[in-house]
Design a protein around this ligand. Sequence first.
Ligand code: GLU
Length: 505
Amino acid sequence: MNAITNGARRVRTRVAPSPTGDPHVGTAYVALANYAFAKRHGGDFLLRIEDTDRARSTPESEIAILEALRWTGLSWDEGPDVGGAHGPYRQSERSGIYTEHVARLLANGHAFRCFCTAERLDIMREAQRAAQQPPRYDGLCLSVTVEASQTRADAGESFVVRMKVPHSGACIVRDMNREPIAFAWETVDMQVLLKSDGFPTYHLANVVDDHLMGITHVIRGEEWTSSAPKHLLLYEYFGWEAPQLMHLPLLRNPDKSKLSKRKNPTGILFYRAMGYLPEALLNFLALFMTSTPAGQSEVFSLEELVATRFGLEHIALGGPVFDVPKLDWLNGQYLHHMTPATLQTRVAEWAFAPERIEKMLALAAQRVERLSDLGPLLGFFFAGRVTVDAAALTSAKVDTETARKALWIAMTILEGALVFDRAAVDAALKRSALVLDAKFKDLARTFYVALTGSPTSVPLFDAMEILGRDICRERFRVALDALGSVTAKEQKEWQKLATVPVPVA
Ligand code: GLU
């Protein structure tokens, strides 16, 4: 085993997803790097749920993230589902720990209460914008004395706690894979650590937990690089040794823009629903953290990755492209080399989960006279994308423009639905008819063709719940492309329609 340790400590890494949306392939990529690094060095890999954003975190998202990561084939030594000696592993269950630590910072003078109202902060930011200064807290409440601060808090006045930041000098951020970066302290905000509702912000909770959970190496997306100075300062304030940092380049679309679901499906569960194999997906992501010399196969297992292939030094910083044709090729390699018996098992696992089949059959039973009718009726459940005939998306009552708007608006409303179920689908599709002043009955054909490939089929709302958000999004996207892709200007206009408050029919 390599002797990479931080001091003499056992290597411990973590992935710390926020349960605020669908499980993202970027999370699997970060998790894989942390897993491989920890296992390569004989250490532990943890999973922590960062649900401090109470408005956006949902239990459904947490369940989906755990399920999706488990599906990839990764496992963790400690986490909310498997337990461990450093729990709880869900930040919403650690409130007391954070308030205790904030009290410590207040007592040592490293943090201060800020009583500024939202209105005052708005005016301050507006003035900064007008003066072309970066938005940053101006420090007004630094002048409140410790005694006055306590008295006001005791009297029940609302406040947040902010960290103090040096006035001058710079923070040097050392990344395991890059040249050191200097951040001038005057550009670093006096970050809120504790919100007025008593919940910590990401920055405080992340640092406290990484320390208490014994994390030695933090490997995360590069969007967090600019947060590193705040984190390093907090470690210093607490008198703790900071973990080593490594910021991974973000996954990119083929045009090099940041990977986004508008251009490329980004949900782990989309790839599962499309029939990609988890080992192929992991292998694909692993190519971003290995180098494959000529003559060596690009097809390798997770065990091989850990044992011989992985190296942080192989991570190309230039922005890895999520190249779906490459993933297709890799997936094909796995399928081509499977024994018939294994293939049979894998197909059964993918397509014939009893619960899913039962739901499909319940929709179809009253519509068939022979079992052989089931194939054509239910085939769309097993297809990834359906073949869409653009002409069939419109009708005498629905012209191309209305069809495009209806599809886009329904897709956008569903994007924002907290839970993707029959009720959400029902509301979204009917609402898109309502805002377009169209009859749902007339639009139904457009939706049917886009989602099932045929103008009639089993009940649509139930079918969409079974298909799931990722596959539905992709089918909406394909249908929209068939009708002519949506321009940025149209998106802006239609966005207003998608968010206009109307009573749901
Ligand atoms: N909760 C953060 C996220 O969702 C974790 C960032 C980190 O690893 O520090 O990406």
